[in-house]
Design a protein around this ligand. Structure first.
Ligand SMILES: Cc1cc2nc3c(=O)[nH]c(=O)nc-3n(C[C@H](O)[C@H](O)[C@H](O)COP(=O)(O)OP(=O)(O)OC[C@H]3O[C@@H](n4cnc5c(N)ncnc54)[C@H](O)[C@@H]3O)c2cc1C
Length: 377
């Protein structure tokens, strides 16, 4: 690899001299922060450094649910946090989604407002009863957070081809996007606004001085006026003090299925499983709860036990009548901590972090970008 001292005069001048804002991480948060900073500082030199040849965390690997909270997940969250905290979190997710759609354009990222559904099988019958009992409360919370009236409602299980389902709840405010197109669009917008995006450079450590930040990177030492860290679940090396751990999420996708009998996004088992159609294929992810310890890792792998749980769910509940073939599987790394609240703060006068997006960074990411820009002066 060419280190920085072997670069040409032109390369050094263009990408590394007098950088006003250096952003670490080309995920949704990194791109959104860069674009928000561009609106606030039209003449600033903004550079995003990304360690991978592609963004290599969660933003290009997720399921593309444009979601802000399924009924059982919200009730579960309320057992660990106060009602006002959860209302505020749902409101931030919803606002983030609106910002994402506005920035990227619904058409350009294939946004489909099909609503979403939470399904319950015999094993979650009690959870279903609890959600039904509290549906008015959940609707009030969702209305306060999003302005959507009667967000959640029961639907007949007969509307869908799933087996073993004892109940279904609809969320009319959610939808789905094409994850690849979303990231492509964010990249295009960044390039259009003279934001430099440099792939294949990893930040190893950094030191903040009075007037600048010195970064030790995989290509050598780089200086910038301000550093914004958007490394989410991959932050432990450069932000060891912060409460964020890697959380792997595994996904499978089927080959095309003739006459696929459903469309939309579906949550199952308090959000631990999720599936959707992508055209006439099914994408299914989850199962982290089967091996929390093993899945607390930043390694991009798939494991036989989780793949087997996913394929079993597919063949017993989701598409019991139809033989399906798995075409491909992958994994991505999320960032989680003791609470589901993201961390957005200054950790020194010149260094800001926006991390810990949990399982809903598609929703939160654009707003976190705005909040990171608001912290810059
Ligand atoms: C399989 C899966 C399914 C998901 N499904 C959904 C969903 O349907 N809906 C939803 O809302 N959310 C979903 N999520 C979560 C969502 O994708 C994330 O919350 C979101 O993408 C986080 O964005 P980010 O920019 O904070 O982090 P990331 O996308 O992880 O970006 C961080 C970037 O920083 C780079 N980086 C890390 N360390 C360094 C370093 N030292 N130097 C340089 N670069 C570095 C990484 O390579 C990475 O590209 C899912 C996640 C996964 C893994």
């Amino acid at each position: 690899m060419l280190t920085i001292n072997k670069l040409s005069f032109w390369e050094k001048e263009l990408y590394f001299k007098d950088v006003d804002f250096m952003i670490c991480g080309a995920g949704i948060v990194g791109y959104s922060a860069a674009l928000e900073i561009r609106s606030k500082f039209p003449d600033a030199k903004i550079v995003i450094l990304e360690r991978g040849y592609l963004p290599t965390g969660a933003s290009t690997k997720n399921a593309g649910f444009a979601c802000f909270g399924s009924p059982s997940e919200i009730l579960d969250d309320l057992s660990h946090s106060t009602e006002s905290e959860i209302t505020a979190l749902v409101a931030r997710r919803h606002e983030g989604l609106q910002r994402l759609l506005e920035r990227c354009g619904e058409k350009d990222i294939d946004y489909l407002p099909l609503g979403s559904f939470e399904l319950f099988t015999e094993t979650n019958r009690k959870t279903y009863s609890n959600c039904l009992e509290k549906i008015n409360f959940l609707n009030q919370l969702a209305f306060k957070a999003t302005g959507i009236e009667d967000c959640y409602s029961p639907v007949s299980v007969n509307e869908f081809p799933f087996a073993q389902t004892v109940g279904m709840l609809r969320n009319k405010g959610e939808g789905q996007i094409n994850t690849g197109l979303m990231m492509h669009k964010l990249h295009q917008l960044a390039v259009d606004q003279s934001i430099h995006v440099l792939f294949g450079i990893e930040i190893i450590e950094w030191e903040s001085y009075e007037e600048h930040v010195i970064i030790n990177s995989s290509i050598g030492e780089i200086s910038c006026a301000k550093l914004i860290i958007a490394t989410n679940g991959l932050s432990s090396n450069i932000l060891p003090e912060e409460d964020v751990s890697p959380a792997r999420a595994q996904v499978i996708i089927t080959r095309p299925i003739q006459n696929l009998p459903f469309q939309g996004t579906f949550h199952y088992d308090a959000g631990y499983y999720y599936f959707r159609n992508i055209g006439n294929r099914v994408l299914l992810g989850g199962g982290r709860n089967l091996d929390m310890e093993g899945e607390t890792t930043d390694q991009f792998e798939n494991t036989p036990s989780i793949l087997s749980a996913l394929t079993q769910l597919l063949s017993t509940v989701i598409l019991p009548q139809i033989p399906v073939e798995i075409e491909h599987q992958w994994s991505g790394i999320m960032g989680v901590g003791k609470t589901k609240q993201p961390i957005v703060k200054k950790i020194s006068p010149l260094v800001t972090v926006g991390i810990r997006m949990g399982g809903m960074g598609v929703a939160l990411g654009s707003l976190i970008g705005k909040e990171l820009a608001d912290l810059q002066n």
